[in-house]
Design a protein around this ligand. Structure first.
Ligand SMILES: [Zn+2]
Length: 203
């Protein structure tokens, strides 16, 4: 009996050691990342939890996926005076926060308009009709990105510019210009892409 137990223990130890060896063989920083190199992450955010968001998030693979693939259209700034438009922007922030995201674009909640919201330095930023200038001299950096439009927050390594300039209108219709670097530059590029119908898996 003891022998059988010992042999089971040894084989378990061997396979455990073997799997550790295998993990060490995987480079921590992949040199080239194609569409096959997607990483699934088990999120703590369940589908049931996401249903509580005021706006429904459009998922890749759903019937509404086509909205994620369209170029969003410019917002008529006159419409910012309308209560329902302001409520929609507020609902975008609530949806982003409940879902645990750091950015959310209107096409992700089924509206093909050029609006995205994001958190920056603990402030809520509304970006409307943005113009982006990629600072090519800043170079690019690879980092893991997640996206609320993918089931279970599928993660992907994407190469983005380290610095971007953004011109946009805020929710009061005032024009703003800002420079974003580091993590925030990644968020801005990811969300801007949503307005162009581009997903992180396209890289
Ligand atoms: Zn996204």
């Amino acid at each position: 009996m003891n022998l059988i137990f010992l042999s089971l223990f040894l084989s378990a130890t061997f396979s455990f050691a073997h799997s550790i060896h295998y993990i060490e063989d995987i480079p921590l920083r992949p040199q080239s990342v194609g569409h096959e190199s997607l990483y699934e992450m088990e999120g703590e955010i369940t589908e049931e939890f996401l249903k509580k968001t005021p706006l429904e998030i459009v998922k890749v693979g759903s019937d509404s996926e086509y909205i994620l693939r369209q170029r969003a259209i410019e917002v008529d700034l006159e419409n910012l005076k309308k209560k329902k438009v302001q409520e929609f922007i507020s609902d975008m922030f609530i949806t982003m926060k409940i879902a645990g995201g750091v950015g959310l674009a209107a096409p992700q909640v089924g509206r093909g308009t050029r609006i995205f919201v994001m958190k920056h330095d603990k402030r809520d930023i509304t970006v409307i009709n943005p113009t982006i200038i990629y600072d090519e001299a800043s170079g690019k950096k690879r980092s893991f990105e997640g996206c609320l439009s993918f089931p279970r927050w599928r993660n992907k390594v994407v190469s983005r510019y380290k610095k971007v300039h953004l011109e946009f209108y805020n929710r009061t219709g005032k024009q703003e210009t800002n420079v974003y670097t580091g993590f925030q530059a990644v968020v801005v590029q990811h969300e801007y892409d949503h307005l162009e119908g581009i997903l992180m898996t396209d890289y």
